[in-house]
Design a binder for this molecule. Structure first.
Ligand code: 3HC
Length: 324
């Protein structure tokens, strides 16, 4: 009993010192002591983020064979490949916290792990690829620029590299929308319909309102998150409305109005019922996404086996050379 009291006092002291360090803006690195809750929430967030990058390749992959020109196809392929790279940085960052990649992937495949709600919507027309780049990557940048200052070093450093590529992704999407918006009446209609489909889901990417955010305030205190869900959502709206105006497209929100006093846009209610349904039931294409991921994993088994066998052979050769 006395031992337990001593341990509890030691842990409290360590947590206090940890918080003081975070407050001094010192980065936390993998070998440093950290509270269990800090480690757990980081593994949760970083692995969810990695899964989002992996699943996020699917809606765009759907358009590789139907891109309207060779240039569009090459750009789209490069973007999808970037997303795979982002997932690798992120899985590696989660591994520095003791998480195993196989376990993380298994959790995604058996439905225990979440990934961003946005990727459970289908890409119905080419304009959806423009809207994804413009809105989804745009929202991702707003969120991720603030994550570049995350207190955990490996995550923050991964985010810096990722943000550079996301800004290229955002621009390619906006450029697709610009061409469509300046095109024929039919093309402009396609662009408007894509904006109508993706606007609310993009706002949901930032997560529930601050009052309903489960991890928000704890993560802000630990400086994992630097800005709250609502703050970032507002920043995204304020940034995106003038971009839609430039395109000559209408944001599908009758309540959207500039608020002079706040220096920000007021906007209408978000359909959180739909958000919950998407998280629980996977949304319009949720099951299809996981099926596709499982298939890709199974189809890639021979590659993993060959790579492991090759690594094993090299290791054996090295050991033999060292012994001689
Ligand atoms: N989709 C799915 N789940 C979501 C969500 C969303 N849009 N928003 C919130 N949630 C989940 C949370 O994960 C949490 O569930 P859990 O307890 O089971 O893990 C629950 O809803 C409550 O939300 P909180 O606000 O309490 O959660 P957080 O404090 O973690 O904030 C977050 C949510 C803002 C998404 C935060 O985790 C975050 O910033 N994550 C990193 C960024 C990220 O994952 N981005 C993915 C976007 S897509 C992308 O980057 C790919 C690019 O190529 C476009």
């Amino acid at each position: 009993m006395a031992d337990l009291t001593v341990h509890a006092a030691q842990d409290a002291g360590r947590e206090e010192a940890f918080q003081a360090r975070v407050d001094r803006e010192e980065r936390v690195e993998p070998k440093d002591w950290m509270p269990d809750g800090y480690r757990k929430t980081l593994v949760r967030q970083i692995s969810q983020h990695a899964h989002s990058e992996v699943v996020g390749m699917l809606p765009e992959g759907n358009w590789v064979t139907r891109a309207p020109s060779l240039r569009r196809k090459a750009v789209l392929l490069a973007k999808i490949q970037d997303e795979a790279g982002h997932a690798l940085y992120l899985y590696s960052a989660a591994e520095t916290l003791g998480a195993s990649r196989d376990e993380m992937v298994e959790a995604l495949h058996d439905g225990r792990a979440k990934y961003s709600s946005i990727f459970n919507y289908p890409t119905l027309t080419w304009a959806d690829i423009g809207a994804i780049g413009w809105l989804v990557d745009g929202a991702a940048i707003v969120n991720q620029v603030s994550l570049c200052r995350c207190s955990y070093g490996p995550y923050a450093r991964a985010m810096e590299r990722i943000c550079k590529e996301e800004s290229f992704h955002q621009r390619q999407g906006y450029e697709i929308m610009t061409v469509l918006a300046q095109g024929t009446a039919e093309q402009k209609k396609m662009a408007q319909e894509a904006l109508n489909r993706w606007w609310q889901p993009a706002l949901m990417m930032f997560g529930p309102h601050d009052s309903d955010s489960v991890h928000g305030s704890r993560n802000m205190a630990w400086k994992i998150k630097r800005k709250s869900n609502d703050h970032l959502r507002q920043q995204f709206i304020d940034m995106t409305v003038p971009q839609a105006e430039y395109l000559g497209l209408a944001i599908p929100d009758p309540d959207l109005k500039w608020n002079e006093e706040r220096g920000s846009y007021d906007f209408g209610p978000i359909d959180w019922g739909e958000f919950e349904r998407v998280l629980k039931g996977g949304g319009p294409v949720g099951r299809e996404r996981i099926r596709a991921r499982r298939k890709a994993w199974d189809d890639g088994a021979w590659v993993r086996e060959a790579a492991m066998a090759h690594a094993e052979k090299r290791r054996a050769r090295k050991m033999q050379a060292a012994a001689e």
